[in-house]
Design a protein around this ligand. Structure first.
Ligand code: HSE
Length: 300
């Protein structure tokens, strides 16, 4: 009657695909331990790794709220369960932290109840959790956290999510500079209207990236990972963003950009050693300007 589920961090947007592209990494990620109880109702008995930031109140925690939506939807409001949430990645990092917890929680309840439907059926519930966490129910973190790999949200209404292929020899270097960038605020500063010429550049890039993923063309992937809409605005939220890009590209990165709404940045590299070196150089620069950071290297 007990299950332990890990759900991974994710890189949303993948530079040019704001709200429509995302991929999962191997680590970091979050863990949920869920236990069925005899008495109806959801309790949260333990939260670790959150520095006391997350609520124990089951009506306020995104994991329990999403699980409750799911239970109500399948007509099982009678179910009693207890949740332990172990945060193994930083909150507010731009690595899909809230998504990872919610996905782990929903996957746990689905399996505890023997629901054998495809995991993608959980998407509307995890999107609700995302909406609660940052005011907008985008799916570019939750879909890859739930389904793994590289994912395209082709449409939100109706929801259509497509798994994409990707080169197996593509590695991801991630650095999280410890500065505060709440997704809610990082969304508020984006422009609502864009120029047609910028839209043309952007959709050319998205199409180029997708094409590169299908044909294993890493150089095309790199060239296409340019964002003329969102990054120019959000770059100012990240310390020395353009300098970090310069460092990454000079250290052999295929591409470089903001992970989700930031402040984490990520680079693609053709091998894990290069990815590690990119991380070390970026981290050294951040240390030099007095900013603490964490780094991760992962395959996709
Ligand atoms: N697509 C979302 C954004 C991801 O950029 O705001 C948030 O992690």
């Amino acid at each position: 009657d007990t299950i332990r589920v890990f759900a991974p961090a994710t890189v949303a947007n993948v530079v040019c695909g704001f709200d429509v592209l995302g991929f999962a990494v191997n680590e970091p990620g979050d863990e949920v331990v869920m236990r069925l109880k005899n008495r109806p109702g959801i309790t949260i008995s333990k939260i670790t790794g959150d520095d006391g930031k997350l609520p124990y109140n089951p009506f306020k925690n995104t994991v329990s709220v999403s699980v409750k939506h799911y239970l109500d939807h399948i007509g099982r409001s009678d179910v009693g369960l207890d949740i332990e949430l172990h945060k193994k990645m930083p909150i507010g990092s731009g690595l899909g932290s809230s998504s990872a917890s919610t996905v782990a929680g929903l996957f746990a309840i689905k399996n505890l109840l023997g629901d054998t439907s495809d995991p993608s059926t959980l998407l509307p519930f995890v999107m609700k959790g995302e909406e609660m966490a940052c005011g907008h129910g985008h799916a570019d973190n939750v879909a890859p956290a739930l389904m793994g790999g590289f994912v395209l949200i082709r449409s939100y209404q109706p929801l259509e999510v497509i798994r994409l292929p990707y080169p197996k020899d593509l590695f991801c270097a991630i650095v999280f500079p410890q500065v505060d960038v709440p997704t809610r605020e990082a969304r508020q500063i984006i422009r609502n209207k864009i120029l047609l010429k910028d839209a043309v550049t952007q959709w050319g890039n998205i199409a180029g990236l997708i094409s590169g993923l299908y044909t294993n063309d890493i150089e095309l992937i790199g060239r296409s990972m340019e964002d003329v809409l969102i990054e120019p605005v959000r770059a100012m939220l990240i310390p020395d963003f353009y300098k970090l890009r310069d460092i990454a590209m000079k250290s052999g990165a295929v591409s470089f950009g903001i992970s989700g709404s930031g402040p984490s940045v990520f680079a693609f590299a053709k091998d894990p050693e290069t990815a590690k070196q990119i991380n070390q150089k970026i981290q050294a620069h951040l240390t030099g300007i007095g900013i603490n950071s964490y780094q991760y290297v992962s395959s996709i």
